[in-house]
Design a binder for this molecule. Structure first.
Ligand code: GDP
Length: 324
């Protein structure tokens, strides 16, 4: 789906019934709150906003369930004209069918007034449920929503569905995909990562926002949650090393020479090590972005020189892309 062309930075609105998990998601993603701590979150009564400062500011707002999207105080051009995506949360551990009418009503409102906005449904709190129950409920919700949209005369309205939980990385994976729909640089970044994979025999490459662990882009090969999980662990490592050694590149993206006139590229290269079967290559690309790659089968450490070279080219290209 094409990205939403809106002025300013990506803005995402979270909606859904009371206790469906809106504040929890906001806090886990923006404030690094431990999932278990969300148990003690107070209910919110007003529009609340939190943000991530990445290569651009990414804003998450939460609309309390008693305020409908169409309420005149909220439905102002200031609030909605710059919005990129609306997420509707369904608590799958609760009586979820009764919440579908308000979901449909909200979807219809946005389709009528802001048809280019991305609308997604998060079938949330999937932890602790059997895969059979979870998948069945997910299918049922999807089918019902699609039936309702057909009955309303808009069967073509594209709504994305995700299964999420804050107790694993599925919420980060879903949020990454939603965010990517709001990033104009996505096609260029994807093309670079795909080329890197084929040049270096990589299985999968992710460009992460280092602070939030959301990935901004990945190569065009098949993506599975397991690969994302392996790579996300290395983002923590980058964060730790960053805290120890600081950032070595100048803002304009050129490599700074140290006192001996040698390039300081080493500091940004974090690791190339074996993780289970495969080697993982992790390297900071800009102040906010990190590249984490899973090498293909049969990869050996002597490939490192080739990879370093190709990643330097990618690094220069990424800096250029974000400058434009
Ligand atoms: P809000 O009213 O929509 O903002 O909901 P909250 O974020 O306050 O969450 C309500 C409750 O749901 C809290 O006790 C959270 O700990 C819990 N919760 C949120 N996300 C999840 C999840 O993915 N799985 C489970 N099991 N509980 C969750």
């Amino acid at each position: 789906r094409p990205y939403v062309r809106r002025k300013g930075h990506p803005k995402i609105l979270l909606m859904g019934q009371r206790r469906s998990g809106k504040s929890s998601i906001q806090n886990v993603i923006c404030n690094k709150m431990a999932p278990a701590e969300t148990l003690y979150l107070e209910s919110t009564n007003t529009l609340q906003t939190a943000s991530i400062n990445s290569f651009t500011e990414i804003t998450f707002s939460e609309l309390p369930s008693h305020i409908p999207a169409s309420s005149p105080e909220i439905a102002t051009p200031q609030n909605y004209a710059s919005l990129g995506a609306v997420l509707w949360l369904i608590d799958i551990q609760d009586e979820y069918l009764s919440t579908l009418p308000s979901l449909i009503q909200t979807a219809l409102f946005f389709h009528t007034h802001y048809p280019r906005l991305h609308f997604s449904v998060l079938v949330h709190k999937t932890d602790g449920l059997s895969p059979e129950y979870r998948n069945e409920a997910y299918r049922e919700i999807r089918q019902r929503v699609q039936d309702e949209l057909s009955d309303a005369g808009i069967p073509e309205y594209e709504i994305a569905f995700y299964q999420t939980s804050i107790f694993d990385l599925s919420i980060f994976d879903a949020m990454s995909k939603i965010l990517q729909g709001l990033i104009p640089q996505l096609p260029a970044l994807e093309a670079l990562l795909t080329r890197l994979c084929s040049a270096c025999g990589m299985q999968k490459a992710y460009l992460f926002d280092t602070a939030s662990k959301l990935y901004v882009a990945t190569d065009s090969g098949p993506a599975v949650l397991k690969d994302y999980e392996v790579c996300a662990d290395y983002v923590d490592l980058i964060v730790d090393i960053k805290a120890l050694y600081g950032w070595q590149l100048e803002a304009k993206g050129r490599r700074k020479s140290d006192e001996n006139g040698e390039e300081n590229i080493g500091e940004s290269v974090v690791t190339f090590e074996k993780s289970g079967e495969a080697y993982v290559y992790a390297r900071e690309i800009t102040e906010h972005l990190s590249l984490i790659c899973i090498m293909g089968k049969g990869s050996t450490p002597d490939k490192r020189v080739l990879i370093d070279y190709n990643v330097s080219l990618l690094q220069d290209a990424v800096v250029e892309i974000f400058k434009m």
